[in-house]
Design a protein around this ligand. Structure first.
Ligand code: NAP
Length: 310
């Protein structure tokens, strides 16, 4: 291969990190961004499933390769290790998709003792975002002049329209567990987090956006639809190119648009719930989350393990 033909690292599309990239909407987004020349950092619970997914993606256009990082989002240690391995590569990031989620039938806890849905879909992503922030800022600094936006897209859901976030009992220790209420709560946390993050990244070249992808026929949906209490649901669509573009396009497209702090439903900006727009609630969740994952109150790392420790 003629190395001279490769774009320089500076000009090449920067790698995009995607959690839960081995199937469903995460894999769909990975397909989209890889198709636009980006290498993908696939953060997956199973390295084997991650590798199979990486092998199915279009080849990236630049000098970076797709790479799998084992990361169990139900363990903060595992998230820290994956983030340390990723940052140790020294590559700037062109975006981050916080996508992984799970809906267990019964109440389950993460390795750190948090309710499993909140741990996977919110706390793990809260920590990961903080730990990758320097790489994202570097991606933005290197590409600012070219008008490319570095976005953190956090995948929420229309399910976030519901009650306010219950900070008195976020882990369902006192109230009866309902997996759908827990799902609503963690999807609301995704929007509250995005709004608080958007204030913190404003003007840095990094943008935070929350996305409701719509209803797609994935493993999550199939389990979700089984819940008798859920009632009627729109017919799920098979994953297609549109599904790829909804999330993938947010981090590898819309270059001229300022999407910071937006809630995007399918492909259009939309109004999130009243509970999601409550700035006090956004900041209370931020402080609680920082403490829960052992970050400084402003979300800065207290000292990540060195790559050698990872
Ligand atoms: N499908 C829909 O209709 C719909 C609608 C609205 C919002 N969403 C949102 O879209 C996102 C993706 O969901 P999906 O529908 O694509 O679901 P999916 O097909 O079930 O995929 C979920 C992904 O999350 C990963 N994951 C689960 N637990 C994990 C853990 N502990 N650590 C690391 N990764 C973990 C899964 O990995 P494994 O393969 O290892 O389990 C899988 O890659 C979610 O945030 C969901 O809330 C989906």
């Amino acid at each position: 291969m003629n190395q001279d033909a490769l774009p320089s690292r500076r000009d090449a599309p920067a790698p995009i990190a995607i959690t839960g990239a081995n199937r469903g909407l995460g894999l769909a987004a990975a397909r989209w961004v890889a198709g636009r020349g980006h290498a993908v950092a696939l953060l997956c619970r199973s390295e084997e499933r991650g590798r199979a997914a990486a092998a199915s993606l279009p080849e990236p256009g630049g000098p970076y390769q797709h790479k799998v990082f084992e990361a169990d989002f139900a363990s903060l240690d595992s998230v820290r290790t994956a983030a340390a391995r990723l940052t140790a590569l020294g590559a700037p990031l062109g975006g981050l998709v916080n996508n992984a989620a799970v809906i267990p039938q019964d109440r389950a806890e993460s390795a750190d003792g948090f309710e499993a849905q909140l741990a996977v879909a919110h706390l793990g992503h809260f920590l990961l975002t903080a730990l990758l922030m320097d790489s994202l800022r570097r991606g933005a600094a290197e590409r600012g002049g070219s008008g490319v936006r570095v976005r953190i897209a956090t995948v929420s859901s229309g399910a976030h329209y519901g009650p306010a976030f219950d900070l008195d009992d976020p882990n369902f220790r006192r109230k009866p567990y309902d997996s759908l209420v827990a799902y609503q709560q963690c999807k609301l946390a995704n929007v509250l987090f995005t709004m608080a993050l958007a204030r913190r990244v404003a003007g840095t070249g990094v943008e935070a956006v929350a996305v409701d992808p719509g209803v797609w026929d994935t493993s999550l949906f199939r389990d979700y639809a089984k819940r008798a209490s859920f009632g009627s649901m729109p017919q799920p669509a098979p994953l297609d190119e549109r599904a790829e573009r909804i999330v993938g396009g947010l981090v590898a497209g819309h270059a001229d648009e300022d999407l910071n702090g937006l809630y995007v439903s399918r492909l259009a900006p939309a109004e999130p719930s009243e509970a999601a727009l409550d700035q006090g609630a956004q900041e209370r969740l931020w402080s609680w989350s920082a403490q829960a994952v052992d970050l400084e109150p402003d979300g800065a790392d207290r000292g990540a393990p060195s790559p050698e420790d990872a």
